[in-house]
Design a protein around this ligand. Structure first.
Ligand code: MLT
Length: 401
C-alpha cells in the first residue's frame, strides 16, 4: 500500500492563487458581459523585450541544425554564458559573486519551494506573517516546524529578529510579497547577525529587487557584511523581463556557506544543492537560457527599464487613488505590490468579493498570506496602464473603502 505523506493533509485545501482563479472563473462564467480587470496574481502584461525574442528565436533555430544542436547541458546548473552575465549584473550593486556561485533555475518559485529538500526535517523554519505561501506550504510538506515573526503596520511590515526565539532556516523576501515593504541595510544586518550567531541559513527571495527606486535600499542580501556565511539569494526574470510564461531565474549560493550534520560537521551547502539538482533537475532549456542572456545585454536592460517604468506608472495610479481616498497602504514605490487596508472591510475575502461583484476588479485578499493579512488587500501594478486607471476609476466611483 502506498501511504500518503500526511503532511499534505495539513495544507490549505487550495493554493491561494488557485482559489482566486476558481472564484474568478465562476464569476466570469456567470457574468460573460463583464470586463474583468485582473490585479490579483503577480503576472505581467508586457511581452518579452525585443532583444530577448531575437536571441530566443536564434537559439531555437540553432536547435534545428545538426551542427549547432545541443542536448543536455553538462552541469544542469546553467551555461557559463548566462552565469557570467548574472555575475556581472551583481557588480552594479557592488557585490562580487563568482559565476560558479550562480545556479540557473526555471524561476524563483521552484527554488524557493525545493530548497527545503536539503534541510533536516527537524529544523525550525521562521517566516514573517503575512508571507508568500510557497515558503509555508513547502515546509509543511517537508514536515518542519514553522514559526512566524509578526509583520504588521507597527513595524512597517518589516519583522525583525527576536534573539530569544531560535530558528534554523529563515525566509525573507524584500521587496516583500505581499506587502511591498523593503528592508533597510541596517535591518538586514540584524537578520544576518541573527543567522550567523546560530549557524542558521537565510533563504533570501530577491525576485522584486529591480523595482527598488531608492538607491540606499539594498537590492541584494550580499550587500550586507556577513551574508556570505549565512544566506542564499533567489532571483527571477519573471517580473522584470516578462518571463512568467518562459521560466528562468537564478540562485546565488556563496562558496563558504555550510550546513551541519547532527554531529556538528560542516557540509558545503552549495555542493549539497548541486547534488540535489543533479538527481532532480535537468536544467533550463538552451533557447530559454539564450533569451535570459539577452536580458542582461545593454539593449535588454534598456527594455527592462522601460517595462519597470511602465509598471511603476501603474503603481502611482493606484497609490494616487488610495491617497485621494485617504486609505492607508504600503508598497508601490519600491515594489509592484500595493498593500492597503480598508476600514469598512475588515474581512479581506469580503472585500475581494465586493470588488469582484461590484466593479469586476480582481485583487488578492490579505488573509490568504497569513493571519496578519486579515483586513488588508493586495493589488498588483502588472496590469496595463489603461486597465489600472479604469480599475481605480471604478473603485473610486463605486466602493466606499
Ligand atoms: C504572486 O502573485 O504572489 C506571485 O506572482 C506568485 C508567483 O510569482 O509565484
Amino acid at each position: 500500500m502506498a501511504n500518503l505523506n500526511e503532511n499534505f493533509l495539513k495544507l490549505k485545501k487550495n493554493y491561494l492563487f488557485v482559489e482566486i482563479g476558481q472564484r474568478v472563473k465562476a464569476y466570469a462564467a456567470a457574468n460573460p458581459d463583464k470586463n474583468i480587470i485582473r490585479m490579483g496574481i503577480g503576472d505581467v502584461t508586457l511581452p518579452l523585450p525585443a532583444a530577448v525574442v531575437a536571441a530566443f528565436e536564434k537559439a531555437v533555430r540553432e536547435q534545428g541544425v545538426k551542427e549547432t544542436f545541443r542536448g543536455y547541458e553538462d552541469s544542469g546548473l546553467g551555461y557559463d554564458f548566462l552565469r557570467d552575465r548574472v555575475s556581472d549584473y551583481y557588480k552594479a550593486f557592488g557585490v562580487s559573486v563568482d559565476s560558479s556561485e550562480v545556479l540557473i533555475s526555471d524561476g524563483a518559485k521552484s527554488d524557493c519551494g525545493n530548497f527545503g529538500d536539503i534541510f533536516s526535517p527537524d529544523n525550525t523554519v521562521l517566516v514573517s506573517d503575512p508571507v508568500y505561501p510557497v515558503y509555508v506550504d513547502s515546509n509543511i510538506m517537508g514536515g518542519r516546524t514553522i514559526i512566524t515573526a509578526d509583520s504588521n503596520r507597527e513595524n512597517g511590515f518589516r519583522a525583525l529578529p527576536n534573539n530569544d526565539i531560535h530558528a534554523d532556516i529563515i525566509y525573507l523576501c524584500s521587496p516583500n510579497n505581499p506587502t511591498g515593504s523593503v528592508y533597510t541595510k541596517d535591518e538586514l544586518k540584524l537578520w544576518v547577525d541573527y543567522a550567523n550567531n546560530r549557524k542558521s541559513v537565510i533563504v533570501f527571495d530577491a525576485a522584486y529587487e529591480a523595482f527598488i527606486s531608492e538607491p540606499d535600499l539594498p537590492r541584494s542580501i550580499f550587500q550586507i557584511d556577513g551574508a556570505r556565511t549565512c544566506a542564499v539569494e533567489i532571483c527571477s526574470l519573471s517580473k522584470t523581463a516578462g518571463f512568467t510564461g518562459t521560466r528562468c531565474g537564478y540562485t546565488v549560493i556563496p562558496k563558504e556557506l555550510n550546513l551541519y550534520t547532527s554531529s556538528n560537521e560542516a557540509v558545503n551547502l552549495g555542493d549539497t544543492w548541486r547534488r540535489r539538482q543533479g538527481s532532480k533537475f535537468n536544467g533550463v532549456s538552451y533557447p530559454v537560457q539564450r533569451a535570459a542572456e539577452a536580458v542582461f545585454s545593454d539593449e535588454g536592460q534598456a527594455e527592462v527599464k522601460a517595462n519597470l517604468d511602465y509598471y511603476k506608472t501603474n503603481a502611482k495610479i493606484i497609490t494616487d487613488t488610495l491617497d485621494e481616498l485617504n486609505v492607508s497602504y504600503t508598497g508601490g514605490k519600491n515594489s509592484p505590490y500595493i498593500w492597503f487596508t480598508s476600514k469598512r472591510f475588515p474581512d479581506s475575502w469580503a472585500l475581494f468579493d465586493k470588488l469582484l461583484n461590484d466593479v469586476s476588479v480582481v485583487g488578492t485578499p490579505g488573509s490568504g498570506f497569513g493571519k496578519n493579512g486579515e483586513g488588508w488587500f493586495r493589488l498588483t501594478a502588472f496590469s496595463t496602464n489603461e486597465k489600472t486607471a479604469e480599475a481605480m476609476k471604478r473603485i473610486r466611483e463605486t466602493i466606499q473603502l
